[in-house]
Design a protein around this ligand. Structure first.
Ligand SMILES: [Zn+2]
Length: 259
C-alpha cells in the first residue's frame, strides 16, 4: 500500500501511462464523505483536477491536494456565482501559488453581476491577470456566456485554458483556433448537441469531467468521478477508437493541459 501511494505522488511527472482516468473538473470539497470518493479514485488510478468556487473551498481543495499521496490536483478561484458578493480577492494570488491551477473562473448570466461592466467580469479579469502572471492553467466556467468569456480570454497570454462543461456550439471554431481544451461531462451520454460538438473538436484537445457532486437526473441521479469512464467510452464511440486508445489519449491531453 505504501509503495502504491508513493507511485501516486509521482504521477504528474511520470506521464499518462500511469494514469487511467482524469476527472478534469470535480468539486472534491463539496463531498461530505470525501475519503470514500478519494479511495475509490485511487484504487481505479484516477487523478482528480479539483475545482473551487470561493476562498473557503479553495483552502479545502488545497488541503485535499496536500495530503501524502493525494490524487487531487488543486484548482483555486472564485466562481461567477460569488462575484456579486464583492468578497475580497486578496487570498487568490497566494492560494494560486500553492495550487496546480486556477478554477473555476468565468461568467454566467444566471447569477448576479453579469454583463460587460458587472462584478463577474471584474472578478474574472482580476483573477486572469494573476493567472497570466503565474503562468498556470485555468478552468473556465462559461455557461450561457461563451462568447464573452472567449473575448475576455483573448486579451490574456495564458498557458493552458480548459473550457469546462463547454456548451457553446457556435463558438467551437474559436475554441479550436485558440487551442483551448474543452471538457465533456456525463451529459455527453444523452445530449446530441454535445455529441456533435465532440465530433467537431480536435480529439487532442478534449478532456473528460464529472463536475461532481452534481447529480444527473437523466442518469438516475448518478454523479461523480465514477461516471468519467462512461464519458470516455462515449467519446471512443464517437471518434471510432478502441476504448483504451481514447482513455490514454484523454489522460495524455489532461496532463498536457497542466503544462
Ligand atoms: Zn464546477
Amino acid at each position: 500500500m505504501r509503495r502504491e501511494r508513493e507511485e501516486w505522488s509521482e504521477i504528474p511527472r511520470k506521464g499518462a501511462s500511469d494514469v487511467r482516468f482524469v476527472d478534469s473538473h470535480v468539486h472534491i470539497s463539496d463531498y461530505a464523505e470525501q475519503d470514500g470518493t478519494l479511495r475509490l479514485a485511487q484504487a481505479c488510478r484516477f487523478v482528480l483536477f479539483a475545482a473551487s468556487v470561493d476562498e473557503k473551498t479553495s483552502r479545502a481543495t488545497l488541503q485535499a491536494a496536500g495530503a501524502p499521496g493525494s490524487v487531487v490536483r488543486a484548482f483555486v478561484g472564485q466562481h461567477p456565482s460569488e462575484a456579486a458578493k464583492h468578497a475580497p480577492l486578496d487570498w487568490f494570488e497566494p492560494a494560486l501559488r500553492q495550487a496546480t491551477g486556477a478554477g473555476e473562473l468565468g461568467l454566467d448570466p444566471r447569477y448576479p453581476g453579469a454583463g460587460s461592466e458587472g462584478a463577474q467580469m471584474t472578478a474574472f479579469i482580476r483573477q486572469m491577470e494573476t493567472v497570466e502572471e503565474a503562468r498556470k492553467p485555468v478552468q473556465v466556467h462559461s455557461r450561457g456566456a461563451e462568447r464573452d468569456c472567449l473575448e475576455a480570454l483573448a486579451t490574456f497570454n495564458t498557458r493552458g485554458v480548459l473550457m469546462h462543461w463547454f456548451e457553446g456550439e457556435d463558438e467551437v471554431p474559436r475554441v479550436a483556433d485558440k487551442g483551448y481544451y474543452a471538457s465533456f461531462g456525463p451529459a455527453l451520454l444523452y445530449s446530441k448537441r454535445l455529441q456533435r460538438m465532440a465530433l467537431r473538436l480536435d480529439p487532442d484537445l478534449v478532456l473528460a469531467e464529472s463536475d461532481g457532486p452534481v447529480p444527473f437526473a437523466a442518469l438516475g441521479g448518478a454523479g461523480g468521478p465514477a461516471l468519467v469512464p462512461s464519458v470516455v467510452l462515449k467519446l471512443a464511440e464517437l471518434w471510432g477508437l478502441p476504448f483504451s486508445d481514447a482513455r490514454d489519449r484523454i489522460a495524455r491531453n489532461s496532463l498536457r493541459f497542466l503544462g
